[in-house]
Design a protein around this ligand. Structure first.
Ligand code: ADP
Length: 578
């Protein structure tokens, strides 16, 4: 643009200078010729007058031509009517020349003054030869030719050339400065506008143009800035809305995708990205290998323009896939994939729990009603047998009560799984020994020795004396129940980092792998427990596990059949206070 303008400027200046120069040269040349011709003619008329007044002078043509030539500073040639030169003030050799064929001579002969321009033999300058109308001297017609060198004109031409060159130089210089100023004033703001528009097209709407040219360009820049500001404002609003939408769907704890008919992902939430490892470079759901099992059904929904809702098993999880076409946007679809594995598991557990609980509760009730029926029908031998039956009924009532109590406490525990108990101080050595003491009598019945070695610390945590009594109580109870006569139970505790480690080891019947896998399932009782009629509900270890889960504790079991079992508990506490 700059170059173009400069070129146009220079071309215009050079062309106008050349035209002016040529025109002025022509005008000057014409004027000069006219002047020279007029002067020549008036000089010629004077000469004619002089000759007329001196009729005998024709004998001295040569002398007179020389004298008159000196007076008018021009060459004078006298030519007779036949074109033969009679005398010349400059060079007598001219008398060998003949003008009869010269057109200008012939025009003069016919009475009209005229001239011709000739070049000198060396071509240094031009000469104007004026042929005057004939004059009669002594009844002879004579034509006077006055020749004047146009040396002055050559000088003029030279000066004009210098003037034109100078004017080109000066105007070139001036035009350069003017163009520079023009560019600064007009082109620079336009350049700024162009740059800002380019930035705008690249998505940068923050540039603010400052142009103070006090003209249309400034107005344009101002409206450009306004437009930029508006677009920026709109974009920020759109971005904020998009961010709001993104953060809303990110906080929905389901996997959400919004896709178009081609499967291009328009919106995706955090959970969907994490669950199906959708990297940022995956922009189409068909590219995701993790969604392979879902894509088949999504395609069906898309092809048939129908919302679907179905359970899909994938990677040992159960998902609920639902597709929803967005209203007014037939080509966009919201896909919600929900991991319902936990819900399914809970549902299954609940079903099992109900069937197990009703079964477990039915057993003592059947026994009790059976014996009451026997007594009512009088199917007994004597009073001692009635007492025996009542004793059984009593035992079953106790078992029934224990079962109901455990079910209730388990349900209470599960309902309060999320809320933490209050913080309590526990003197481990003191509390644990007190619990152990309460089991000494039942252990003694099987001649079991209880050995204990507890750390002596005061710890603060989300547990209580009662909490420990239930946990340790259940484990010691099992260690006694499933122990041999004359067996041994060893209890120990120590602190590792912010965990209290508790170990309960027995020398009992032990467990095989199959039992070990199931011992924390509600109502589960090992075969040996059922067959040997060891009392139990199958809920003790479930209660222990639930209570530990409640405070992020852990329980590990190692066992060898017929050799004994060891339960290791890791109980996190808040702080130690000695
Ligand atoms: P319960 O003791 O009422 O049967 P639990 O939940 O306490 O129920 O125990 C579940 C099962 O785990 C028991 O029936 C038993 O088979 C097995 N078990 C638990 N503790 C021991 C142990 N110390 N030694 C051997 N088996 C055990």
């Amino acid at each position: 643009m700059k170059k173009k303008l400069l070129l146009i400027c220079f071309t215009l200046i050079i062309t106008s200078s050349l035209i002016t120069g040529t025109l002025s040269t022509n005008i000057i040349q014409n004027n000069y010729k006219e002047n020279l011709f007029t002067t020549g003619v008036s000089n010629g008329n004077l000469i004619k007058k002089f000759l007329k007044n001196n009729p005998g002078i024709n004998k001295y043509f040569f002398k007179i031509s020389q004298q008159l030539s000196n007076l008018i500073d021009s060459r004078i040639t006298f030519i007779d009517i036949n074109g033969k030169p009679l005398a010349d003030s400059f060079d007598n050799s001219i008398i060998f020349k003949n003008f009869n064929d010269n057109i200008h001579f012939n025009i003069a002969k016919n009475g009209k003054n005229n001239y011709q321009i000739t070049k000198s033999s060396e071509k240094r300058y031009e000469t104007m030869e004026i042929f005057l109308s004939p004059i009669e001297i002594n009844s002879k017609n004579i034509i006077i030719m006055i020749s004047s060198e146009m040396s002055m004109f050559k000088e003029y031409k030279k000066n004009i050339f210098i003037a034109i060159s100078l004017s080109i130089l000066i105007s070139g210089f001036l035009s350069f400065i003017l163009s520079f100023l023009f560019l600064r004033r007009f082109i620079n703001p336009i350049n700024k506008l162009t740059k800002a528009s380019e930035e705008m097209s690249n998505g940068n709407f923050s540039s603010n143009l400052i142009i103070q040219s006090h003209d249309e360009v400034e107005k344009l820049a101002k409206s450009f800035n306004k437009m930029n500001f508006k677009i920026n404002e709109l974009l920020t609003e759109i971005n904020n809305k998009a961010n709001d939408l993104q953060s809303i769907i990110d906080n929905i704890m389901q996997e959400i995708f919004v896709i178009n008919k081609n499967g291009d992902i328009i919106l995706i939430n955090k959970f969907a990205k994490n669950e199906f490892y959708i990297e940022n470079n995956i922009d189409n759901i068909y590219k995701s290998k993790k969604l392979k099992n879902f894509i088949k059904y999504i395609s069906i929904s898309l092809n048939e323009n129908k919302n679907i809702k179905m359970e899909i098993e994938d990677n040992s999880k159960i998902y609920l896939l639902s597709t929803n076409f967005i209203e007014n946007k037939i080509d966009q679809i919201i896909i919600i994939i929900e991991d319902i594995s936990k819900i399914k598991k809970v549902e299954e557990l609940r079903k099992n729990f109900i069937s197990n609980a009703s079964h477990e509760l039915k057993t003592p009730l059947t026994i009790i009603s059976g014996f009451i029926e026997t007594i009512k029908l009088g199917h007994f031998k004597d009073t001692s047998q009635i007492l025996y039956f009542i004793d059984i009924i009593d035992k079953e009532v106790v078992r029934f009560k224990a079962l109901v109590e455990k079910i209730l406490s388990l349900s209470r525990l599960e309902n309060s799984l999320e809320e933490k108990a209050s913080i309590n101080r526990i003197n481990t050595n003191l509390v644990f020994n007190e619990i152990v003491e309460s089991f000494k009598i039942s252990a003694a019945k099987k001649n079991i020795v209880i050995k204990s070695n507890f750390n002596s610390d005061i710890i603060l945590g989300y547990f209580s004396h009662e909490w420990f009594r239930i946990i340790i109580g259940n484990l010691i109870d099992n260690a006694i129940k499933f122990n041999k006569n004359n067996g041994e139970i060893t209890l120990s505790s120590y602190i590792s980092e912010n965990n209290l480690i508790l170990k309960i080891k027995d020398t009992g019947i032990g467990m095989d792998n199959q039992i070990l896998e199931n011992i924390f399932i509600k109502f589960y009782r090992g075969d040996s427990s059922r067959n040997s009629k060891i009392s139990g509900t199958g809920l003790g270890l479930s209660i222990v596990k639930t209570m530990l889960d409640n405070i992020n504790g852990k329980i590990y079991v190692s066992s060898n059949l017929r050799q004994g079992s060891t339960f290791k508990l890791t109980i996190p506490f808040i702080s130690k206070n000695n």
